[in-house]
Ligand binder design. Sequence first.
Ligand SMILES: *Cc1c(COP(=O)(O)O)cnc(C)c1O
Length: 423
Amino acid sequence: MTDPQETESTSPPERGRPQHAPQQHFPVIDNCLHIGGRPITALAAEANNRPFYAYDRNVMKTRVAQLRQQLPEAIHLHYAIKANPMPAVVQHMAGLTDGLDVASAAELATALATGIAPRDISFAGPGKSLEDLRAAVSAGVIIILESMTEMQRVAELAAEFATTPPVAIRVNPDFELKASGMKMGGGPKPFGIDAELVPKAMARSADLGLDLVGLHIFSGSQNLRPEALIEAHDKTFELALRLAAQAPRNFRWLNIGGGFGVPYFPGEVPLDLAPVVENLQRRIDEALRELPDVELVMELGRYLVAEAGIYVCTITDKKVSRGQTFLITNGGLHHHLAASGNFGQVIRKNYPVCIGNRVASEREETVNIVGPLCTPLDLLGERMPLPAADIGDLVVLFQSGAYGYTASPHLFLSHPQPLEFFV
Ligand SMILES: *Cc1c(COP(=O)(O)O)cnc(C)c1O
């Protein structure tokens, strides 16, 4: 994979080229960006100029193939569908990966509709409703228990359905990922059962007659630093082996989480997998010596789909205010909250952007790209040098295949919803 940052830091940015756009996935033909073999102007026409997301099936396929080539063979790769739950995407990913992770009854229904075996679906998430649990127990998917209350409820449902559903305990680890974008474990957390309480919880699950298959340890998301992932894997396996030794039944499933990040912002570079994988292979070899029958699962969302997607909106107005140029578009934070900087980011940074129907230009302008909402938060690009653009031109945001469409407040201000294309 080429590193766009390298060119940026060693030479002045090429005129008219997006400065950190990961352009390698999408060809530019006649100065127009293409996705799935189609010019985005054609997709925009098909969308009747409504803003849209487009996801490229081949980019996903290549991504998974490249990852699998590197990952240890023992790893079962799961797709965490909350990253992009569009049914066509989930269907596609079901065919490329070894399983799906879901976090609601609706996601479970989408996963089951792909036809994969229920045993290859796991259902995590705190505060599962009785309806969620009922659907999970009756389907026979692996239920990741996030609390003792959930364990009790599953035991009651198992009695009601006269079945023995496979369950796993989510462990809130006694360590934290140092440089994770979003910490999801360590310290006081709503996720899982504290590591020190897990031995008791495992014993209780046996008393309740549940089929405890193993553990789930997820320590964080959006990680770009190999050292942090290596440390997380070391600690995850150490903790898992320690707990597995106390498991009441045949321990046969271990979900080690995921957390592989993708570069979004200037200065970020793609994750270097080589050292991570080398260390992981060592940990896996050790673990398999102690637990030869264990199925090792890694769950990834954004790493598999983020780079395959773009978000496109149309410039509807252009104005200058006290020396700064504003491109006003028909898309914004209501469609793409993460790109506006309001989805967990501490400091707002620009997603990679290009003008899709005018990728390179002799004339460049520094612009702010905003949406139609009556709030200063509705900002898609801040002081970005881009080819000079006009009303009717298409603004493209890259790295938008994950946490876009369904992670945005579409109802805010009641503008039309974006469309989704799977190409
Ligand atoms: C959100 C989530 C994931 C996916 O995270 P990504 O950053 O998209 O890879 C995986 N596992 C669990 C438990 C999650 O909550």
